[in-house]
Design a protein around this ligand. Structure first.
Ligand code: BGC
Length: 761
C-alpha cells in the first residue's frame, strides 16, 4: 500500500471526491495526479477477460483471452479446486492486460431456465452458487487482482432488467437470493460488489440502502466498494446516500456536479461521500500494489479450459453406447461439430485465443475410424429437410451417429430471456430422424441452461450436456465420447419435463413492470420435491462410466447443539471397472418446523476421485446454517429443537443413505406474541403458555358459555363446531372482547398485561 488513505481524503477537494465516485471512462476510475491516486482499470468477466480498448464503445473487439467454460459449466464440475485454478488463470490474464478488477463472478439464482443469462450463473441452489463464487474469487484475488461480485440482488431475469421491480418476501430474499452473496462476501472478501439494475421491492438496486449499507456493509462486514452495474444509477445522490460508492461508466460531468451541489445544499452529508471515497481509494491502492504486465501461458490456460470443460460435461443418459468401442464408421452430424457454440452473448463475450474444433478433436482420438460430416441444421431458426435427409443417410451408413446440437447463439444472451426451453424445430426433427435410422445415436448438447427433450430422448442412446463449454470444449467432448475422460459433471439445475412444470412459470418474467417471486423459497428442486412434480433429470444428476456405492453414513454426534454443528462422514466405493470421480451430495431434511420448509436442502458436497475397487471416506462439516431457516418474525436465521435427516445422495432424487440426528437450539429468541396472537399462539409459546395457564380455563369457559356450550364442554358446541379448535385460531383479544361485560378490566388492558409478563420473562 502506498497511499495514506486518511491523509489523501483530507487533502481532496469536494470536486475531486465527487469525481472519484464517477468513472472517468467506460472502464477506468478517475485518477488524481496531484495526490498520486492512479486510475483503476476494470473489465468483464466472468469466465474470461474482455479487455476492450477504451474507445468509448462498449462493444469493441476485445484483446485475445482464454474463453473458459461459462459459469453454468464451471458449476457442473462441482470441483472447487478447479474453479480456484480458473480464478488464478483469470487473474494472470487480467494482470497481463494491466487490469485491477475483473467484473465477476455472477451469483444470481437460476430462478427459471428461461433467464437469458443463466449461462453466466452457477446454480438453482444458493449454497452451491456460494461455494463456486468463494472458490473463483479466492483464486482471482490470491494473485492480487480484484473481483466484482454481481449482480446484487434479485437480478434473475433479463426481461426489463433495467427497471423491473422484483417483489420478493423477506424470508425468500434471505434464504434463496442473498446467501450466495453472503458466503462470497464473508469468506472470500471480494474487492467490489456490483449492484443490479432492477428494483427490489420498489427500490432500485443502486439506491437500496438496506441491501447496500445495512446488509452488505454493516451485517456482512463488506470493506470494498459497491460499483453500479453499467448505467444502473438513476439518482446519483440517493445512490451515494444508500451506499453505492462508484458509478460506472463515465465520464458523467452531470453526476459529478450533482454530488457537489448536494453537499453544498446540505442534501448529502459530506461524511457519506468521504466514506465512499475511502472505500474506492483503498481498492485503487490495493490494485496498484500488484505489479502488472506479466505474460500469461496461453497453452496452459487452454489446457485448463479443456480440463474444466471435460469435468463439466454431464452424462445425462447412457444405454451403454458410451464410451465408444472402436467404431469404424462415425457419422458426425450437426453444424456445431465444426462451428462450436461455446459462449453466450453480451458483456461476457470473449475474443478467444483459439478455438478447438469438435470435429478435428474427434478425429484425433478416432484412430482408423472414418468420420463423415453432415451439417444437419442451419445456423438460425430455419428448417431445411434436405439437411435432415443427408444426415439420415450418413447415420444409416455408420456404426454410430454423433449429433452435435447447439442452441442458436442468438437464443441465450444477456439482455433478454428465452421464450421457451425448446431446441429449434429443425434440431428436434433432425434428432428424431437420425435416432430412428441409427440406434447408436449420441446427442451432445450445448446450451447454458436446461432444454426440454421429451420429443426425442427415448430414441437417443446417450445424451451429453456440454454447456457453453469454452474455447477448448471440442477436445473435452471427444475425450468423454472415447472414454479418455470418465464423465464426472452433475447438474446444478433441474432439467424439467416441460416449461409449464417450472416453479416460476406463472410469474416469470412478470408483467406491468413487476415480477412477483410467487414460488417463494420453492425454487428448483425445492419445488419439484415438495410438489412431487416429475422431472426429466433432477438437480445433482450425472452418470459415470463406473458405479459408486455409498455406505456407513454417520455423524459426529446424534444429539448436538446448533452452534457446534456436526461432521458427517460417508464411505464411497468405486464398484466398477474404471477410475472415476463421484460428487457426493449431503442434503438436510427438517422433520418439523414452525414455518414450511423444503423437503430437503443441499448443505454440503465433495468430489472424490476413486480407482476401481477403492473406497474413500468423505467428511462434510455442517454448521448452524445447515439446519437453520430465516424467520421473518425474528428477522434472522433461527434453529428449532428437533430431528433432522441427513441424506447422502448421488443426486437430489437418488438418496443412497440416511441417518437422523437431533438438534438442540441454543437460541434465546424473544417472544413474538402480540395483540393479534391467537389462543393457539399463546399455547405454543413456552413462556406464553405458563403465563396464560391460570386464566385459560376461565377465558375458555366464558367463551363456551357465550357460544351456547356447557361448562367444561370444550370439545363441542351447540353450533356444530369444535369450539376449542375455533378458539385456537381466534386472537386472545377477540375472545376477551366477546366477554367484555364480565371482565374486571378492558380486553386491551388484560392482553397488554399478559404481554408485559411475557416480555418480563
Ligand atoms: C452487465 C454487467 C457487466 C457490465 C459491464 C452490464 O450490462 O450487466 O454484468 O459487467 O455491463 O460490461
Amino acid at each position: 500500500m502506498s497511499l495514506d488513505i486518511a491523509a489523501t481524503v483530507a487533502q481532496m477537494t469536494l470536486e475531486e471526491k465527487a469525481a472519484l465516485c464517477t468513472g472517468a471512462s467506460s472502464w477506468t476510475t478517475t485518477p488524481i495526479d496531484r495526490l498520486g491516486v492512479p486510475a483503476l482499470l476494470v473489465t468483464d468477466g466472468p469466465h474470461g477477460i474482455r479487455r476492450v480498448p477504451d474507445t468509448g464503445s462498449l462493444g469493441a473487439t476485445a484483446l485475445p483471452a482464454t474463453c473458459f467454460p461459462t459459469a453454468s459449466a464451471m458449476a457442473a464440475t462441482w470441483n472447487v479446486d478447479l474453479i480456484h485454478a480458473v480464478g488464478q488463470a483469470l487473474a494472470e490474464e487480467a494482470n497481463s492486460m494491466g487490469i485491477g478488477v475483473v467484473l465477476g463472478p455472477g451469483v444470481n439464482m437460476k430462478r427459471s431456465p428461461r433467464c437469458g443469462r443463466n449461462f453466466e450463473y452457477y446454480a438453482e441452489d444458493p449454497y452451491l452458487a456460494g461455494e463456486m463464487a468463494v472458490a473463483l474469487i479466492n483464486g482471482v484475488q490470491s494473485k492480487g487482482v480484484g473481483t466484482s461480485l454481481k449482480h446484487y440482488a434479485a437480478n434473475n431475469q433479463e426481461t426489463r432488467r433495467f427497471t423491473i421491480n422484483a417483489v420478493v418476501d423477506e424470508r425468500t430474499l434471505h434464504e434463496i437470493y442473498l446467501p450466495a452473496f453472503e458466503a462470497a462476501v464473508k469468506r472470500a472478501r471480494p474487492w467490489t460488489v456490483m449492484c443490479s439494475y432492477n428494483k427490489i421491492n420498489g427500490t432500485y438496486g443502486s439506491e437500496h440502502r438496506q441491501l447496500l449499507t445495512e446488509i452488505l456493509k454493516q451485517d456482512w462486514g463488506f470493506e470494498g466498494f459497491v460499483v453500479s452495474d453499467w448505467g444502473a444509477v438513476r439518482d446519483r445522490v440517493k445512490a451515494l446516500a444508500g451506499g453505492l460508492d462508484l458509478e460506472m461508466p463515465g465520464p458523467k460531468p452531470s453526476r459529478v456536479q450533482a454530488v457537489i451541489d448536494a453537499v453544498h445544499n446540505g442534501e448529502l452529508d459530506e461524511a457519506a461521500l468521504d466514506e465512499a471515497v475511502r472505500r474506492i481509494l483503498r481498492i485503487v491502492d490495493k490494485a496498484a500494489a500488484t505489479p502488472k504486465g506479466a505474460e500469461f501461458d496461453v497453452d496452459a490456460h487452454h489446457a485448463l479450459a479443456r480440463r474444466v470443460a471435460a469435468e463439466a460435461i454431464v452424462l445425462l443418459k447412457n444405454d451403454g453406447v458410451l464410451p465408444l468401442q472402436q467404431p469404424q464408421r462415425i457419422a458426425v452430424i450437426g453444424r456445431s461439430a465444426k462451428e462450436p457454440h461455446f459462449q453466450g452473448g453480451g458483456s461476457s463475450h470473449i475474443n478467444p485465443t483459439r478455438v478447438d474444433s469438435p470435429f478435428d478433436e474427434l478425429q484425433k482420438l478416432a484412430g482408423d475410424a472414418q468420420l463423415t460430416y453432415s451439417e444437419g441444421y442451419p445456423a438460425g431458426l430455419e428448417t431445411d429437410q434436405a439437411l435432415i435427409d443427408a444426415a439420415v443417410q450418413a447415420a444409416k451408413a455408420a456404426d454410430v451417429a454423433l449429433l452435435y446440437i447447439a442452441l442458436p447463439g442468438s437464443i441465450e444472451s444477456e439482455g433478454y430471456d428465452r421464450d421457451n426451453l425448446d431446441l429449434t424445430e429443425q434440431q428436434v426433427a433432425l434428432i428424431k430422424a437420425v435416432c430412428a435410422a441409427q440406434p447408436h445415436s449420441v446427442v451432445i448438447l450445448n446450451s447454458g441452461s436446461a432444454v426440454v427433450m421429451n420429443e426425442w430422448i427415448d430414441g437417443a442412446a446417450a445424451v451429453l450436456q456440454a454447456w457453453m463449454m469454452g474455447q477448448a470444449g471440442g477436445g473435452a467432448i471427444a475425450g468423454v465420447l472415447f472414454g479418455a475422460v470418465n464423465p464426472s459433471g452433475k447438474l446444478t439445475e433441474t432439467f424439467p419435463l416441460r416449461l409449464v412444470d417450472t416453479p416460476s412459470h406463472l410469474s416469470f418474467p412478470g408483467g406491468h413492470g413487476e415480477v412477483r417471486y410467487g414460488e417463494d423459497i420453492f425454487i428448483g428442486y425445492r419445488y419439484y420435491d415438495a410438489r412431487e412434480v416429475p422431472v426429466l433429470f433432477p438437480f445433482g444428476h450425472g452418470l459415470s462410466y463406473t458405479q459408486f456405492a455409498y455406505s456407513n453414513l454417520r455423524a459426529s454426534a446424534t444429539t448436538f447443539k446448533d452452534a457446534d454443528g456436526l461432521t458427517v462422514s460417508v464411505d464411497v466405493t468405486n464398484t466398477g471397472a474404471v477410475a472415476g470421480q463421484e460428487i457426493v451430495q449431503i442434503y438436510v431434511h427438517d422433520h418439523a418446523a414452525e414455518l414450511v420448509r423444503p423437503p430437503k436442502e443441499l448443505k454440503g458436497f465433495a468430489k472424490v476421485a476413486l480407482q476401481p475397487g477403492e473406497t474413500k471416506t468423505v467428511q462434510i462439516a455442517l454448521d448452524f446454517r445447515a439446519f437453520a431457516y430465516y424467520h421473518p418474525g425474528y428477522h434472522r436465521w433461527i434453529t428449532e429443537d428437533g430431528d433432522f435427516d441427513i441424506l447422502a445422495g448421488a443426486s437430489a432424487s437418488d438418496i443412497r443413505d440416511k441417518i437422523t440426528v437431533t438438534l438442540q437450539s441454543t437460541l434465546e429468541l424473544p417472544s413474538l406474541l402480540n395483540r393479534e396472537s391467537t389462543l393457539g399462539d399463546w399455547m405454543a409459546d413456552p413462556t406464553g403458555r405458563t403465563i396464560i395457564e391460570p386464566v385459560r380455563q376461565e377465558i375458555v369457559g366464558g367463551m363456551m358459555r357465550r357460544m351456547g356450550g356447557g361448562e367444561g364442554d370444550e370439545e363441542s358446541g351447540a353450533i356444530g363446531m369444535d369450539v376449542l379448535g375455533f378458539l385456537r385460531e381466534t386472537p386472545l383479544l377477540s375472545i376477551l372482547h366477546f366477554q367484555e361485560g364480565a371482565l374486571p378490566q378492558s380486553p386491551e388492558e388484560i392482553v397488554d398485561g399478559l404481554l408485559a409478563q411475557v416480555q418480563g420473562g
